[in-house]
Write a protein that binds this ligand. Structure first.
Ligand SMILES: [Zn+2]
Length: 201
């Protein structure tokens, strides 16, 4: 059986391909310690989640400082980044443009089809979850995201990853298996062979 890739979860189950990340969330930017983060990077597959949130967390200047430091670490250690973005798409895209990064994944993508297209044009990946399904414009974005740039996730929700795939498959008019195949290929392209990862299956 093909595994599910759950690219961003706060409730790891060990039943799916789950990412090991280390990062300072934008909500915690005021207390963030990038030296401590750097010490943790040895066992991380990606830096995350970092990003910008205009609805919650410390002032933008503080979030920006922490984001820039983490993007710099990602560049230096050649690590992909997993991004949290709430009402901050344009400033976040500006910050990303300034740093060459191995891979960029927007987690829990909520946004328009146009915003999705801008991110896709730069080669970024978009990950969708339960909250995306509640937003009609994000469903449009999901349906317009090519399979080779798509991820799915549970985030902090209780909905099992299998149900997230079933819902996305229904919305996109594809089979769950086709989605599993493409997200697994995307994962392997960025992170290498998932079966070599002891946290998997
Ligand atoms: Zn988040």
């Amino acid at each position: 059986m093909l595994p599910y890739v759950d690219i961003h979860t706060h409730r790891p189950t060990g039943q799916a391909v789950e990412l090991r990340t280390a990062g300072i969330h934008p909500w915690d930017a005021a207390e963030g310690d990038t030296d401590a983060l750097e010490a943790e990077l040895g066992r991380a597959q990606a830096i995350g989640e970092t990003g910008l949130d205009r609805l919650r967390g410390p002032e933008m200047e503080c979030q920006l400082r922490m984001l820039r430091d983490q993007l710099e670490l990602a560049r230096r250690y050649r690590l992909p980044v997993v991004l949290h973005c709430v009402r901050a798409f344009e400033p976040l895209m500006r910050e990303l443009a300034a740093v060459p990064l191995r891979a960029v994944i927007f987690h829990g993508f909520i946004g328009s089809r146009q915003q999705a297209a801008e991110a896709l044009k730069r080669g970024y990946y978009l990950s969708y979850g339960v909250r995306s399904f509640a937003s009609p414009r994000s469903i449009e974005a999901l349906c317009a995201t090519p399979a080779e740039r798509l991820f799915l996730e549970t985030d902090d929700q209780e909905t099992p990853i299998g149900e997230v795939y079933a819902r996305a498959a229904e919305l996109r008019g594809e089979s769950v298996e086709a989605l599993q195949r493409c997200t697994l290929a995307n994962y392997e392209r960025i992170f290498g062979e998932p079966l070599s990862d002891e946290s998997v299956l």
